[in-house]
Design a protein around this ligand. Structure first.
Ligand SMILES: *[C@@H]1O[C@H](CO)[C@@H](O)[C@H](O)[C@H]1NC(C)=O
Ligand SMILES: *[C@@H]1O[C@H](CO)[C@@H](O)[C@H](O)[C@H]1NC(C)=O
Ligand SMILES: *[C@@H]1O[C@H](CO)[C@@H](O)[C@H](O)[C@H]1NC(C)=O
Ligand SMILES: *[C@@H]1O[C@H](CO)[C@@H](O)[C@H](O)[C@H]1NC(C)=O
Ligand SMILES: *[C@@H]1O[C@H](CO)[C@@H](O)[C@H](O)[C@H]1NC(C)=O
Ligand SMILES: *[C@@H]1O[C@H](CO)[C@@H](O)[C@H](O)[C@H]1NC(C)=O
Ligand SMILES: *[C@@H]1O[C@H](CO)[C@@H](O)[C@H](O)[C@H]1NC(C)=O
Ligand SMILES: *[C@@H]1O[C@H](CO)[C@@H](O)[C@H](O)[C@H]1NC(C)=O
Ligand SMILES: *[C@@H]1O[C@H](CO)[C@@H](O)[C@H](O)[C@H]1NC(C)=O
Ligand SMILES: *[C@@H]1O[C@H](CO)[C@@H](O)[C@H](O)[C@H]1NC(C)=O
Ligand SMILES: *[C@@H]1O[C@H](CO)[C@@H](O)[C@H](O)[C@H]1NC(C)=O
Ligand SMILES: *[C@@H]1O[C@H](CO)[C@@H](O)[C@H](O)[C@H]1NC(C)=O
Length: 467
C-alpha cells in the first residue's frame, strides 16, 4: 500500500520539476553577496615551544603510570556473545523501522541529544593520549619550518608550496588539540617540550612520517572501543586528517604513498611507548596517563628510505622506538634523492616506484632490545616495564594482521627474525609500509579488535620501515 505521505511528496515533485527546468543557466554570479562571519570558536592557547632537547632538569617527584585499584593481572579471553551471530544477514529487513528510510538498530540513533564529552576512564585516558600526540605534532611541524633554512628544504626537493602545506598541517593540529581539549575539560594535557633525533630535512621527513604513523594507528586501535560515540565521531574526523598528513610525509620522502590495503591499528600503550621518549618535560601539574611504556627495540638493519638499495643497510637509525633515519653515513652516490635514474630515485613526488624494495619476505631482520626499568617520557618520570617472559617471537603488526616470526640466534638481548611472507588478502602482501614490530614471549592469536590482549606478552617495541 502506498502511504498518503508518499503520494503527497510525489505530487510535489511533479509540480517542481518543470520549474527546475525553467531556471536559466547562469555561468557567472551577477550579484555580489556578503556573508557576515558566524560565531568563531576560539582555539586553545598555543605557545611556540622554544626550547628543544633532552630533559636535564631535576628528577621528577611523581613517577610511573597513573593507576587505581587493579582487579586482575590481565583480561581473560572469553567466547563471543551469541547475539552477534544471530542477525540473518540476508539483505531483507527484520526489524520495524523507527522512521521512513531509517533501518532499525544503530547506536546513538534514537534522537537523544549528542554529548561530546568523555564518559569513562577508558575514554579519558585514550583521548588524553591522542591529545599528547596532537601537541607533539604541532610542535614538530613548526619546529621543522623554524629549524631548517629555505635552502635546506629546497635541497630536499621541498619548495615554497610544500612548506606552506607543512605550515597548514601545523594549524590543523591547533584545531585537533582544541577539539580534544574541549571533550576532556579543564585538566586536559597541555603542551610540553620535546626532543627530536633529527639533523637534516630528510631525517625530519622520515621522523615525521613515522611519528604520524603511530599517531594515526594509535587512534584506530581504540576508536571503536570508546564509550562516548560522540567523542569517537569528532576524533574520527580529526584522525582522517592526520592520516592524510602521514601519507603526505611519505610523499615528501619519495616513498610509495600507500603500499597497503588497510591501515593498521595499535594499542594505546604502544602509541604512548613510541611517543613518550620524544617528550622532554611537561608543566608541573600536567595530567598523567595510565598507559604502559614498553622497553625500546632497535632494528639494526632498519631499511633506509634514502638509499638506492634501502634494504642494504646496517645501523642507520638514531634511536630505538621510532628507529628513524640517521642519514649521516649515506654517500651521495648511494643516495636516491640525487640519482637521475627515475626508477631508483626518491625525490618528493605524488608517487614513486622503488625498483629496490625496502624490505622483502625472507629478509633477516636483526633486532636488539632493552631490558625494562629505564626512565622515559616527560621529565623522565615514566618507567619502562614488561610482564612478558622470555622473548621468543617478533610480531609483525600491519594491516589487519599480526604475524609472528620466531626469534633466531638469540644471544642476550639480540637476535634476528625472518620477515614473513603473508598476505592480508590475496594480492595484498601484509607486511609493507611503515609498520610495527613487537618482541613477544608467545604467538597469541589476535585480530584488530582484540589486539590489546597482546600487551602482557610484549617485551619491546619498534617501528619497522617495511616499504
Ligand atoms: C537512546 O539511545 C541511547 C544509546 O544510544 C540510550 O542510552 C538511551 O537510553 C536511548 N533512549 C531512549 C529514550 O530509548
Ligand atoms: C608561532 O610560529 C608560527 C610560525 O611557525 C608563527 O606564525 C606564529 O606567529 C608564532 N606564534 C607566536 C605566538 O609566536
Ligand atoms: C595547571 O595549572 C594551571 C595554572 O594554574 C591551570 O590553568 C591548569 O588548569 C592546571 N592544570 C591541571 C591539569 O590541573
Ligand atoms: C618537569 O621539568 C620542568 C623543567 O625542569 C619543570 O618546570 C616541571 O615542573 C617538571 N614537571 C613535572 C611534572 O615534574
Ligand atoms: C639490495 O640489497 C639486498 C640486501 O643486501 C641484496 O640482497 C640485493 O641484491 C640488493 N639489490 C641490488 C639491486 O643491489
Ligand atoms: C650503531 O651505531 C652507533 C653510533 O651511531 C654505535 O654507538 C653503536 O654501537 C652501533 N651499534 C651496532 C650494533 O653496530
Ligand atoms: C649517525 O651516524 C653517524 C655515523 O654515520 C654517527 O657518527 C652518529 O653518531 C649517528 N647519530 C646518531 C644521532 O645516532
Ligand atoms: C611501477 O611498478 C609497477 C609494479 O611493479 C609496474 O607494474 C610498473 O610498470 C612500474 N612503473 C614504472 C613507470 O616504473
Ligand atoms: C610494497 O609495495 C610496493 C609498492 O606496491 C612494492 O613495490 C614493494 O615490493 C612492496 N614491498 C613488500 C615488502 O611487499
Ligand atoms: C646463527 O647461529 C648459527 C650457529 O651458531 C651460526 O652458524 C649462524 O651464522 C648464525 N646466524 C646469524 C645470522 O648470525
Ligand atoms: C590477515 O587478516 C585477514 C583479515 O582478518 C585474514 O583473513 C587473513 O587470514 C590474515 N592473514 C594471515 C596470514 O594471517
Ligand atoms: C582474538 O579474537 C579472535 C577472533 O577474531 C579469537 O580467535 C582469538 O582467540 C582472540 N584472542 C584472544 C587472546 O582472546
Amino acid at each position: 500500500m502506498i502511504s498518503s505521505a508518499a503520494i503527497v511528496s510525489a505530487s510535489i515533485l511533479a509540480l517542481v520539476v518543470p520549474h527546475t527546468l525553467a531556471v536559466p543557466f547562469v555561468s557567472e554570479a551577477t550579484t555580489t553577496f556578503t556573508s557576515a562571519a558566524s560565531t568563531t570558536v576560539s582555539v586553545v592557547p598555543v605557545t611556540n615551544v622554544t626550547s628543544h632537547g633532552r630533559f636535564t632538569g631535576p628528577p621528577a617527584t611523581t613517577t610511573g603510570a597513573l593507576s587505581t585499584r587493579v582487579t586482575a593481572s590481565s583480561i581473560a579471553a572469553r567466547p563471543a556473545e551469541k547475539y552477534k551471530s544471530q542477525y540473518p544477514a540476508d539483505g531483507k529487513l527484520h526489524q520495524p523501522q523507527p522512521a521512513p528510510y531509517t533501518p532499525g538498530g544503530g547506536l546513538g540513533t534514537n534522537g537523544s541529544e549528542p554529548v561530546y564529552r568523555v564518559i569513562s576512564d577508558f575514554d579519558y585516558e585514550s583521548v588524553a593520549l591522542a591529545l599528547y600526540q596532537e601537541w607533539i605534532e604541532l610542535d614538530l611541524f613548526r619546529w621543522g619550518l623554524a629549524t631548517f633554512s629555505v635552502d635546506e628544504f629546497e635541497d630536499a626537493g621541498l619548495h615554497a608550496e610544500d612548506r606552506y602545506l607543512l605550515e597548514f598541517m601545523a594549524n590543523q593540529e591547533v584545531g585537533h588539540a582544541t577539539a580534544l581539549t574541549n571533550m576532556l575539560g579543564a585538566q586536559a594535557p597541555v603542551q610540553c617540550t620535546y626532543n627530536y633525533p633529527i639533523a637534516n630535512v630528510r631525517e625530519y621527513i622520515d621522523f615525521s612520517q613515522k611519528l604520524t604513523r603511530w599517531g594515526e594507528s594509535g587512534v584506530y586501535g581504540f576508536l571503536n572501543h570508546l564509550d562516548s560515540r560522540e567523542t569517537a565521531q569528532i576524533l574520527l574526523q580529526s584522525i582522517s586528517t592526520e592520516a592524510r598528513q602521514q601519507m603526505i610525509f611519505r610523499q615528501f620522502g619519495g616513498l610509495f604513498p600507500m603500499p597497503v590495503w588497510f591501515e593498521v591499528g595499535i594499542p594505546q600503550s604502544w602509541a604512548w611507548t613510541l611517543l613518550a621518549p620524544y617528550i622532554s618535560s611537561c608543566p608541573s601539574n600536567q595530567t598523567r596517563l595510565i598507559w604502559q611504556n614498553f622497553p625500546p627495540l632497535r632494528i639494526l638493519n632498519q631499511p633506509n628510505p634514502n638509499r638506492i638499495n634501502g634494504s642494504d643497510v646496517w645501523n642507520e637509525t638514531t634511536s630505538g622506538y621510532a628507529n628513524a633515519l640517521n642519514n649521516t653515513g649515506v654517500r651521495v652516490s648511494e643516495d636516491c634523492l640525487y640519482t637521475v635514474d627515475g626508477s631508483q630515485d626518491c625525490a618528493p613526488a605524488v608517487t614513486q616506484n622503488r625498483s629496490n624494495p625496502l624490505s622483502y619476505p625472507g629478509r633477516q631482520v636483526f633486532l636488539k632490545w632493552d631490558s625494562p626499568g629505564f626512565r622515559t617520557g616527560p621529565n623522565n618520570s615514566y618507567v619502562t616495564s614488561t610482564s612478558a617472559g622470555t622473548p621468543r617471537f617478533a610480531a609483525f603488526v600491519s594491516q589487519l594482521n599480526v604475524t609472528y616470526s620466531p626469534l633466531r640466534n638469540v644471544s642476550g638481548n639480540t637476535g634476528y627474525a625472518i620477515q614473513p611472507n603473508s598476505s592480508t588478502y590475496e594480492g595484498d602482501p601484509a607486511i609493507n609500509g611503515t609498520i610495527f614490530i613487537a618482541i613477544t614471549d608467545d604467538d597469541l592469536y589476535i585480530t584488530p579488535f582484540n589486539l590489546t590482549l597482546i600487551n602482557p606478552h610484549v617485551n619491546a617495541l619498534a617501528i619497522y620501515q617495511a616499504g
